[in-house]
Structure formats: C-alpha cells, structure tokens
Design a protein around this ligand. Structure first.
Ligand code: UDP
Length: 477
C-alpha cells in the first residue's frame, strides 16, 4: 500500500482547563444542517518517532473534539527514497549527510517513489479538501494535488539559521515542487529560504501537548515514586514495577531502571538537581554543561549542595544512532578524569527507551523535580525540551540559539546565554539560579504562563485553521 490512514481518537480537553480555547468557528463542523466542512488532510512519512508524529495525534485528537475535521495519511516509501530524503534533511540543516549528491538520479528516485502515493491519494481525498504536506518527504506530492484543485500548504519542520552550499542544494531540489502551493509554514522566520516567495510564508512554532505522558500533571508523591522506581533518586524500588496515577487519572507503569554512572549513591529527594535532558548529540554540548558545573564545584561554589544530572536515552543495544554512543563515551571519559570528590557530584544517566510511555513519564517526573533545567545547545531547531521544562514552571538556563530565543525572554521567564560556548557565563548563571530559589521560582512561574499563551497544541491548531481560512477554504455552504 502506498499510503495509509492513521485513525486518531478525539482527545478530552481537560488538560487545557487553565488555558483559553479559541478556534475559528467556521472550521468546526455544523452539527445541525447536515453540511460538513472540508477536511484537512495531514500527510507525512511516519506514524511513529520524531516530532511530527508526536504532534499530529494531539492536533488531530483535539481538533476532533472541537469538531475540526482533520485526518492523517502516512506514505510508504522505498529504502532508496528514504536515503534521498535523509540526504535532503541533512542538506537543509547545512550538513553534508552521507556526502552523496542530490542530482538527477536522486530526483528520479524521489519522484518515482511518490508516483504511486499521488495516485493512491485520489481514493482518500474529497473535492475541495485541503492538504497539509509535512517535510521534504511529501513536497513532491504538491503539484498533483494543486492540479487536482486542492488547497495545499507545505509545512517544513526543519531549518537552519544560516545558509551554506548544502542548504542551497537542498532548497534547489525542493523548489520545483513548491511553486504552486498556496502557503509554506515554517517554525521561525529565519528558516524561510530565500528561494521561496516570502509573501506565501507563514510562521507557526511547534507546540507541546499538556495532556501527553511527557507533560501531564503529576503530584509530588507520584514524581518521587517514578524517580525512585527509575533508579534516579535514592529509595526502595519494587522488583515488579509500580503503577502511578496522574492528576487526570491516567495510570502509568514504571518498571525499568535507568543506567546511572555515578561515584556516589543516588541523590536524595531533597537534593537540588540541575539537569539537562537531550539526545546524546554533540550540538547539545553535554561536555560544556559538565565543564561549567565542574568550574563551580572545583572552587567549592555549588549552592545548596546541588548535583548535576546529564540525561539522555540509552545508547547501547538497539540504538539506531551510533553517534550517540560516541558522544556518551566522550562525556564519560571526561567525567572519569575528574577528581573523585567532583565526579561524585555529577551523574550520567541513560533512560530506557523500550516503552515510550514509561520513558516519557520518567522525563516528565525528572523535569518537574529539577531545581534548574539546562539546555546549553550550540544549535537548536526549536528546542522542545525547553518548552517542556517551562510548562512545568522550571527555571530554564539555555543558549540563545535557534528556537530557544523565541521561547525565553531573558530575565523574564528564564535565562539565556548569549554565547553558548562561554563556560564562565554559564557557570555564573547556573550559580545564580541555584543560589536564589525564590527568583528561580518566579522565572519558572512566568515560563509556564509563556507556554500556556504561546506553545500549546490549541494555539497550533488555531493557527492552522486560521491559515486554511485565509486561503478561502471555508465550510461548504
Ligand atoms: N527526549 C526523551 N527522552 C530522552 C531525551 C530526550 O523523550 O532521554 C525527548 C525530549 O523530552 C524532547 C525531545 O526528545 O521531547 C527532543 O526534542 P528537542 O526539540 O529538544 O531536540 P531534538 O532532539 O529534536 O534535537
């Protein structure tokens, strides 16, 4: 099958209790007169894994509850198609990827793989239905859809602040498919490429779902139970796992233990933790975080006897990211070379990933427990870890790069590091947050408000419906 529909159930809106719900009424299905609004079809290339597959069920699920008729189709590509689109992905990020070209052969592979997909779309789409194509994998479907009279929006979730020859090559490849689309959506203004017409570009930042396992509300006792069971703070684990209940009544099961590399015993519940939770990627600069903390520890200046926890997914076994293992090994080597009493203040943590809900629940609990959340990235597309921590009212200390600067206003709802490589400034800012819990708490409270106002799923849904309305796709009269 070239394309498959993924069915999404309506999601209850109770996670938005404290947030304004405002959806353009013309987009909701009239309930009484039998006419229905045109549908919006989202098309991407995977049902699981990655940010798009995480956001779509939330957008579509809440949309259904609000009577916005959105559907989701996932295309099936061939291995050589995905090799080409991976190369495109790297190019748009300014890197060379596997070092191979994006030439005529690649264009042939790309287009041939999309032909059966375009043909299969006909059986799903109704006349006048609108389509949102996500990312480079689907851009090649646009001409067929435009010719068939569908309003088409191309949503690009990636981008690079600066342009170089790779970026240009990537956009040259995509541009011919995008000429006829009604609108392009980018996460930040800086990501709109020069080659595309700026008047058709719309900015829609990503969002997080306050009802998802990663972000749902947990009370203090639940946070503690989760962290003890995951082996992240001291306490008695249950051999058969534990089941906890979230504030909204969802049951979450925690069984697996994190792999913790440490000199000392685990921190207690009372120990303030500074954490960074990210993929083990060189651009997340875990080593820089450690060096900054070490500079405080070496001069005996870590306030409140706080500890540092560097946290990422497990890198052994099934990991599909060989770079992660190297990055972790490098951080571990540096950690082992530290004096024992300093090493004892730093924990290196790999979280189990076998069960995505369990993993998300542990990340949620850890972010909620942290005294300070760090994101010292050297580059960042948007930085969902920042949004997640802000929503949990944490004081966030993060680099002023990529989408992080769209989220944090320095000194208002977090702290920004103008130069992400400045270890001294980082250490001083970390010290200031750990040393003044009242100020840190104030930043955190404001951070939650910022996310409530700007970075939750309903804002995202609202912008999408507004966008399609502006294209004059309106409900059938
Ligand atoms: N994440 C996770 N488990 C981990 C590490 C990271 O679930 O062990 C999640 C994190 O909570 C966030 C996502 O991975 O939702 C990372 O997204 P972000 O935009 O911060 O960075 P990216 O990884 O896309 O560069």
């Amino acid at each position: 099958m070239a394309i498959q529909e993924v069915h999404v159930e309506p999601r209850p809106l109770d996670a938005f209790q404290t947030v304004q719900v405002s959806i353009s009424p013309e987009w909701t299905k009239p309930r009484s007169n039998g006419n229905s609004a045109p549908r919006i079809w989202h098309i991407n290339s995977t049902a699981v894994g990655g940010g798009v597959a995480e956001m779509l069920p939330s957008l579509i699920g809440y949309g259904r509850t609000l009577d916005v008729d959105m559907r989701w189709l996932v295309l099936n590509g061939t291995a050589d198609f995905f090799a080409v689109t991976k190369r495109l992905h790297h190019a748009l990020h300014g890197s060379t990827g596997d070092g191979r070209e994006l030439g005529r052969d690649e264009r042939g592979i790309y287009q041939r793989a999309l032909e059966p997909v375009a043909a299969a779309l006909e059986s799903h789409l109704g006349a006048g239905d609108a389509v949102m194509l996500h990312d480079p994998q689907t851009a090649g479907l646009a001409p067929t859809l435009v010719d068939a009279g569908h309003p088409v929006v191309w949503r690009c979730h990636i981008g690079h602040d600066a342009t170089n020859s790779q970026v240009e090559q990537g956009w040259r490849f995509l541009q011919p498919y995008l000429d006829g689309v009604n609108s392009y959506v980018f996460s930040r203004p800086a990501y709109v490429p020069e080659m595309l017409s700026p008047d058709r570009a719309v900015i829609v930042p990503p969002s997080i779902d306050p009802g998802s396992p990663k972000n749902e509300e947990l009370d203090a006792e639940t946070i503690r139970t989760v962290l003890v069971q995951a082996g992240l703070i001291a306490g008695r684990r249950q051999a058969k796992g534990v089941t906890v209940r979230t504030r909204n009544g969802n049951e979450r099961r925690i069984l697996r233990q994190a792999k913790v590399i440490a000199e000392d015993e685990l921190p207690s519940w009372e120990t303030p933790l500074a954490i960074q939770v990210s993929r083990w990627d060189p651009l997340k600069d875990f080593a820089g975080v450690m060096r900054g903390f070490v500079s405080l520890a070496a001069s005996g200046e870590v306030p409140r006897n706080a500890r540092l926890m560097l946290v990422g997914p497990q890198v052994d076994g099934v990991s599909d990211d060989p770079e992660a293992a190297e990055v972790f090994a490098e951080v571990e080597r540096e950690w082992r070379a530290l004096p024992r009493e300093i090493r004892a203040q730093i924990y290196l943590v790999q979280l189990p990933t076998a069960d995505v809900v369990e993993n998300a629940t542990v990340v949620n609990a850890l972010q909620r427990h942290a005294a300070v959340v760090i994101q010292k990235s050297l580059h960042e597309g948007f930085g969902l870890t920042v949004t997640e921590a802000m929503w949990k009212a944490r004081p966030v200390l993060a680099s002023c790069v990529g989408g992080i600067q769209d989220q944090i206003t320095h000194g208002v709802d977090g702290l920004l590091l103008p130069d992400p490589r400045d270890t001294g400034a980082f250490a001083a800012a970390l010290h200031s947050l750990l040393d003044d819990p009242a100020r840190a708490g104030g930043l955190g409270e404001q951070a939650r408000q910022t996310v409530a106002d700007r970075f939750l799923t309903l804002r995202h849904l609202y912008q999408y419906t507004e966008l399609f309305s502006s294209l004059r796709v309106s409900p059938a009269a």
